[in-house]
Structure formats: C-alpha cells, structure tokens
Design a protein around this ligand. Sequence first.
Ligand code: NAP
Length: 261
Amino acid sequence: MDPLDQPTVGLPGDVRMPLLGFGTWQATGEAGYAAVLAALDAGYRHIDTAAMYGNEAEVGRAIRDSGLRREDVFVTTKLPPERVGRERETIEASLRALGMDHVDLWLIHWPPSAPSDSIPMWRELLAARDENLARAVGVSNYGTAQIDELIQATEENPAVNQIRWGPSLYDRQRHAEHRNRGVVLEGYSPFKTTDLADPVLTRIAAAHDVSPAQVVLRWHIDHEIVVIPKSVTPERIRVNADVWHFSLTAGEMRDIDALAG
Ligand SMILES: NC(=O)c1ccc[n+]([C@@H]2O[C@H](COP(=O)([O-])OP(=O)(O)OC[C@H]3O[C@@H](n4cnc5c(N)ncnc54)[C@H](OP(=O)(O)O)[C@@H]3O)[C@@H](O)[C@H]2O)c1
C-alpha cells in the first residue's frame, strides 16, 4: 500500500493522524536514529516521541535524512508535567531538538502530580496550538474524569488521549467514553501488555498467515484505535508495518476483545 493511503483518523483542525505509528521509547542514540530511518523506509508515516525519551534530535534527523516531505510525516511529542509554568520553553526546546517549526500533536505526558496544575497546563497547550507550534494538542495517561475537567474549564476537548492499551486491557466502555467526547484513543505498549503466545492470537494469526503481533496491531486498527508499536529490530520494524493485506472478521474481533476477561 502507498504509505500516504494508509488509514487515518481525523483530529480537530483538519488534521489526519495515521492509525499506525512508530513508538520510540528506549530507542535512543544511533540505534534510535537507525530505527526511525528504518521505520520510515518500511512505510510508517507517524512517529511518537517525547521530551522525556531524550531522542527528539535523532527522530528529527532521521525524518530529514529520509528525504520525505515534512508534511508527509505525522510527529507527536510530549510535555513532562513537571514543566508546569515552563510549557512554552519546553515546546520550543522540543522543536529545536527536532529541527521543526511545529509538531503535529503535543501531549501532556501524564497528569500533573498537583491536580490543580492540569487546567493551566492545558491552557498553555491550547495557546501553543493557536500559535501553530502544534497542529493538535491532547493528553496521555488521563482518566475520563480528568479529561472532563479540561473540557468543562476550556470547552476544548483533547484531540487524543494516549493510554496503555491492548487486547488484555480492552474496555469497550472506556473506548466509548473517548468517542463520545471527540477524543481519539491512542494505545501504547501493544506488545508489552499482550501474551503473544495466547492460543486465540496464534489461531487467528495462522488463519491469516501472519504473526500474533500483526494480529494485535490489526485489532487496534480495525477498532479505529491508534497504535504505536516500538522496535529497534529491522525485521520486526518491517513486519509490524505490514498489516494492510488482511483484516479481521467480526468473530475474530470479538474473540480478541474477550481476552480482557
Ligand atoms: N504515553 C506514555 O506514557 C507511554 C508509555 C509507554 C510507551 N509509550 C509509547 O508507546 C510506544 C510503544 O510502547 P512500548 O515501547 O512500551 O512497548 P511495545 O511497543 O508494546 O513493545 C516493545 C517491545 O516489543 C518488542 N517487539 C517489537 N515488535 C515485536 C514483534 N513483532 N514480536 C515480538 N516482540 C516485538 C520490542 O523489541 P525490540 O525493540 O528489541 O525489537 C520491544 O521489546 C513507546 O515506544 C512510546 O512511543 C508511551
């Protein structure tokens, strides 16, 4: 599939976010640079980083060296919440490291330890978006009540909530809570939360002649949940991006949903 034809989900402001992205936590230094370059070569057009990962410079350099146009790669970075009061200097530092004038998505990495910091911090993200430093803004590791506080205070919903997700954590109601608020659910740690030897996954993988890891990724995508697998292994980077030639039946989706028990 042409990478630019990969499925996307719409965010406010006419922003299209590819449902498949590439995770970069613990992919640092030259290994991180090589992994992102390999990911772009394998067809990923969405890269997930964070100030805390210490690899924004390598991510930016790999995107430049890939020869792709900046507008064809969706880039997310995240704000460590202990930077409350220094949000603006933090996004400027992220952009300098990335070598970019904007990111596509900027997230609060997790809820601040003082709950009263959450709304002022969210207002700073909205301000950065309004100044075109980020095309969309959102949160990560937020509960629904914490999202509702932001919406009540500002009448602006986070475009995205990035949370730990996988078949074993599947929660239909939590997904619906996001959808009902116009918040895109983005899952992280799809493999770390999954037993890839689970017989349900191996059976479905065999039926499609793919690996259990590919089934887990396709399950997210068929639920319209953004997924961002990480790997620094070239073969895995390639295989994890090769999820477009099959899709899961309704019955298979239900069997995987049921792994949450
Ligand atoms: N917002 C947050 O608080 C938060 C928290 C955690 C993660 N994240 C984001 O989500 C991304 C993904 O989560 P994650 O890195 O925690 O975990 P993950 O993507 O679930 O798992 C990564 C691990 O799985 C291995 N792996 C990759 N492909 C595989 C395959 N096909 N078969 C078997 N094993 C495979 C990787 O090994 P190799 O690398 O050795 O190949 C690595 O050890 C992160 O990189 C980060 O961008 C966000």
